[in-house]
Design a protein around this ligand. Structure first.
Ligand code: NAD
Ligand code: MG
Length: 390
């Protein structure tokens, strides 16, 4: 098996689950962007055949560190190496846990090589939806959603669910959202949010980018698009339900009135273990759910006026073509600018909206078109950013 983005939050949780089942999984490759120390420690603990880092400098450092420790792990660098290990014959399972658009090419490489792909990297699917799902079908890849909501829906649907939800008696997908750390905050309070506040999620511990996305609700918007592609759903078949306890991870409603929910403690090791072992079940190291400690489950409607990102994502999905890739790229620039102190929290949706307005929607049937839309949106976002900050 290969873990793309091994040093991140999902990558580390994946290695935790794998480490509980040494007899089941053999690690072929681990990859990271810059975190060379963490990757070194992971190589020492898990002894993969190959390790990949972003630059040749970091790779040289890791090569020396591992050889000093007596390991013969091969160390490579760069994007080509990333795509190569993702599609390598020496591994049949790939965890796609790189953050953002950077994960698109390696994740697609794994899909095109017909792997079992455990998809955490939602941005890759949001950017290239039609192309991505087409490649899954064409190359016989097995796509298992790791995003907790989508993993939950996957568990609530019949095993064979492609070809439209209504065919299987499903009337609606209920996508739960914690509401983020600022649920119920006033606009004035939202204006003053700092990166530290945005990255402190009440229920989940995650990477910084997805933490900010959870706080703006863009994460739920990206997840809505992700769910449309994964489950052949139309945006209007998906209802977002704010559920602050994060115990129900999502639900499927059927025509006979049944609503099936998947529940558990908010710990990503559960969906990761599900994807790793599917269709079997393995221990994930997650504590059993104590319903008496949970005591109650609350539900409310999302507030799209204070958190417009959800609406922007719905509009992008409805516009189709390259619109979701544009939305995603604009959001990545906005979030990075917020984390660097160049943009206010409340300006994130405003910047995304301006970029989505400015960029023309094109057909997204080729990878070139998707990558071009991504590049254009980034350029426009950077240009608009200077106006927001001046
Ligand atoms: P993270 O920031 O903690 O880790 C990202 C990983 O990707 C790191 O290993 C990093 O080295 C690597 N990476 C970053 N930029 C890269 C680049 N340009 N090239 C190659 N590698 C690069 O992120 P995370 O929270 O683990 O999230 C990873 C993905 O999983 C995201 O797409 C996120 O939306 C999704 N996801 C995360 C969670 C969660 O609980 N953390 C839940 C659902 C989905
Ligand atoms: Mg999620």
């Amino acid at each position: 098996m290969t873990v793309l983005g091994a040093t991140g939050s999902i990558g580390r949780s994946t290695l935790d689950v794998i480490g509980r089942h040494p007899e089941r999984y053999r690690l072929h490759a681990l990859t990271a962007h810059r975190s060379r120390e963490t990757l070194r420690d992971q190589c020492l603990a898990h002894r993969p055949d190959i390790a990949v880092l972003g630059t040749e400098d970091d790779a040289a450092w890791l090569r020396a560190a591992l050889s000093d420790a007596g390991l013969d792990t091969e160390v490579r660098a760069g994007e080509a190496a990333l795509a190569e290990v993702a599609g390598s014959r020496d591994s049949d399972v790939v965890m796609a846990a790189i953050m953002g658009a950077a994960g698109l090419m390696p994740t697609l490489a794994a899909v095109r090589a017909g792997k079992r792909v455990l998809l955490a990297n939602k941005e890759a699917l949001v950017m290239s939806g039609a192309l991505f799902m087409d490649a899954v079908d064409r190359h016989g890849a097995v796509l298992l959603p790791i995003d907790s909501e989508h993993n939950a829906i996957y568990q609530c649907l019949p095993t064979e669910h492609r070809g439209g939800l209504t065919r299987h008696g499903v009337t609606q997908l209920l996508l739960t959202a914690s509401g983020g750390p600022f649920r119920g905050w006033s606009q004035a309070q939202l204006d003053e949010v700092t990166p530290e506040q945005a990255c402190a999620h009440p229920n989940w511990s995650m990477g910084r980018k997805i933490s900010v996305d959870s706080a703006t609700l863009m994460n739920k918007g990206l997840e809505l698009i992700e769910a449309c592609w994964l489950f052949d759903a139309r945006p209007e078949q998906i209802q977002v339900v704010v559920h602050p306890q994060s115990v129900i991870h999502s639900m499927a409603a059927y025509s006979d009135g049944s609503v099936i929910a998947q529940m558990g403690n908010p710990d990503m090791r559960t969906p990761i273990a599900h994807g790793l072992a599917w269709p079997e079940r393995i221990d994930a190291g997650v504590a059993p759910l104590d319903l008496f400690a949970v005591a109650r489950l609350d539900f409310e409607a999302p507030d799209e006026s204070r958190f417009p990102c959800l609406r922007l994502a719905r509009e992008a999905m409805a516009a189709g073509g390259t619109a979701p890739a544009t939305l995603n790229a604009a959001n990545e620039v906005a979030v990075a600018a917020f984390l660097e102190g160049r943009l206010k929290f409340a300006q994130i949706p405003a910047l995304v909206a301006v970029v989505c307005e400015a960029c023309e929607v094109q057909s997204a049937h080729t990878l070139e078109a998707v990558l071009a839309a991504d590049a254009t949106a980034r350029r426009v976002a950077e240009r608009e950013l200077s106006r927001f900050t001046s």
